[in-house]
Design a protein. Structure first.
Length: 168
């Protein structure tokens, strides 16, 4: 197999309350401290894997502003509001937390990898598709879901996710 099948781009947006409710509905692990970034990844995967056959799946995802926004929110709590930020709050903000929730919630997922944002959306998506195609050619999985999760930490607009499936 030289060229993988590339599915259409799925884009969704949610307000904060809807996103939280959907994430808790689709997660088999408690999401007590998970923020909107992790919730977006869970909901995005649930939406693209719904009614798909069960097959070994890898997930490649990233965020242009998500990780920085979550980190800034934690720092702001300390500096501006003088609120206590606990180590668990910091840990829950890390992208690796998504891997734990995804692997436990979706048994078909075998590997989850966060990809840093290079600054250009075209470069980002090309990098994801290239890595996905390499994994598919090597037989590491039967399907790769590539995604972008952009939470709105300000609460002024909607949380946005973009997802695409590549398959052999």
């Amino acid at each position: 197999m030289n060229t993988p099948w590339i599915g259409s781009m799925h884009e969704h947006s949610f307000d904060t309350a809807t996103l939280s409710a959907l994430a808790r509905q689709h997660s088999s692990v408690p999401l007590r401290r998970a923020g909107s970034l992790i919730e977006l990844v869970i909901v995005g995967l649930a939406s693209v894997l719904d009614k798909q056959p069960d097959m070994p799946t890898a997930v490649l995802w990233g965020s242009q502003i998500g990780v920085a926004a979550v980190g800034y929110r934690l720092i702001s709590c300390i500096e501006i509001a003088r609120e206590a930020v606990f180590p668990f709050d910091f840990l829950a903000s890390q992208p690796i937390v998504a891997a734990i929730a995804l692997k436990k919630s979706f048994p078909c997922i075998e590997n989850v990898l966060y990809q840093p944002w290079p600054g250009d959306a075209a470069v980002y998506w090309q990098r994801l598709r290239t890595l996905a195609a390499a994994w598919l050619r090597a037989g590491r999985c039967a399907r790769v879901v590539c995604g972008q999760a952009e939470p709105d930490e300000s609460g002024e607009s909607e949380h946005i996710g973009r997802w695409q499936i590549l398959q052999r």
